[in-house]
Design a protein around this ligand. Sequence first.
Ligand code: IDP
Ligand code: MG
Length: 148
Amino acid sequence: METTYVMIKPDGVQRGLIAEIMGRFERKGLKLVGLKSVVPSQEIAETHYEVHNERPFYPGLIKFVTSGPVVCMAWSGKDAITVARTLIGATNGREANPGTIRGDFGMDMGFNMIHGSDAPETAAFELGLWFPEGLMEWDQTITAWVYE
Ligand code: IDP
Ligand code: MG
């Protein structure tokens, strides 16, 4: 089992898409092991997007992600990182496949509503950053009906 960090960004919250987006992860069969909503500090936003700090869009990205509440989630399951990225879709909503979150609700590169870790190392880094308090350990009884 793998755990990934997923975050609804301020545009997803502003547009009233929290339940719609969370519901997709729930219905897929992923298990929720971390959940909270915060207005990100400058520091946490800069650390989260450190890999992009040389890119021209970086200042705007930090301003955007610190502009209001985000929903921080940790989802676990088999290949959870890839499964979450598949549910999320391509970075630019105009190019993302229908059926994906960005494909169904997005029209832009900057306002793409959601973040998902892209590899095991980034997932570990991001989970530690956003959930320093740790994650929930619990038995989900439906798991027996999700995996053969
Ligand atoms: P990802 O979220 O699909 O992994 P990345 O390339 O890692 O996409 O970029 C991180 C985030 O930075 C994107 O989700 C988007 O919010 C923002 N971003 C990336 N490229 C651009 C751009 O060209 N203009 C504005 N924002 C961008
Ligand atoms: Mg990325």
